[in-house]
Design a protein around this ligand. Structure first.
Ligand code: NAD
Length: 246
């Protein structure tokens, strides 16, 4: 059941028409927030989800700086406030780590643009509003266990997520006490991004103490609790069903 209040907190969740982002949007709406749903494509799905959640939908290509800034402006234009920013949108590219030539400078630029620079632009644009949030603003970055350990789909992907983990800590130090900044670093999550990653699914089923990949709702649960808190900041929480213990 969704609680709705005219003065409810407002959350912008990037990349929220599918996978992890959609689960986060649904969860935050259930927690009583007004949610700004966003995607690069799938406007129809975005409008439908926003209508279902009583939120609003904005389309933007986050690889384009003006569109990223426009997304925050649209959220503020619609609600006049922004309390929560979840930087979830991201791209991955699978490249064997020992095939250096296959990870081209163009791959590096695109991955860094979407996974690192876009969250930075969104944080920058959202900061004045987050600072004004009664009870404190909250940023949650969805990174990856690949940004913590030397693993992951490709070296540029892992490096983009490692950089965002560090930005999380740097911003937490710089923006407190008005704004808390944390990251969730999932291992394998069952989403459209990973549907063809058979080996990874097998690894999680066989080796992870939890014997399965995460569901998007598992990530959403943790994100919601980070947002609901009032003290935790600067943490990168690995959510991998315990695979890192093995
Ligand atoms: P997904 O492909 O379902 O969702 C990614 C979202 O990002 C989509 O909504 C897409 O539209 C959006 N996006 C991509 N490029 C964009 C751009 N240029 N502009 C605007 N939006 C753009 O994937 P997911 O698995 O739900 O991934 C969500 C986040 O979680 C990503 O940051 C991903 O790196 C991270 N992650 C996923 C896994 C996993 O196993 N699925 C593991 C660790 C981290």
């Amino acid at each position: 059941m969704r609680l709705e209040q005219a003065d409810a907190r407002v959350a912008l969740v990037t990349g929220s028409t599918s996978g992890i982002g959609q689960a986060i949007a649904r969860r935050l709406a259930m927690d009583g927030m007004r949610v700004v749903v966003h995607s690069r494509h799938s406007a129809e799905a975005g409008e439908a989800l926003a209508a279902e959640l009583g939120g609003t939908y904005v389309q933007a290509d986050l690889a384009v700086e003006e569109e990223a800034r426009g997304l925050v402006e649209a959220a503020l234009g619609r609600y006049g406030r922004l309390d929560v920013l979840v930087n979830n949108a991201g791209i991955s590219r699978r490249i064997p780590h020992d095939d250096l030539a296959a990870a081209t400078p163009a791959d590096w630029r695109h991955l860094l643009e979407v996974n690192l620079i876009a969250p930075w632009v969104l944080c920058t644009a959202a900061l004045p509003a987050l600072r004004r949030s009664p009870g404190g603003g909250s940023i949650v970055n969805i990174t990856s266990h690949a940004g913590v350990r030397p693993k992951g789909a490709s070296v540029p992907y892992a490096a983009s997520k490692a950089a965002l983990n560090h930005v999380t800590r740097l911003l937490a130090a710089a923006l407190g006490p008005e704004v808390r900044v944390n990251a969730v670093a999932p291992g394998l999550v069952d989403t459209p991004m990973t549907k063809d990653w058979a080996q990874a699914h097998e690894l999680w089923r066989e080796r992870a103490p939890m014997r399965r990949p995460a569901r998007p709702a598992d990530v959403a649960e943790l994100v919601a609790s980070l947002i609901a808190g009032s003290y935790l900041t600067g943490e990168v929480i690995v959510l991998d069903g315990g695979l890192n213990l093995t």
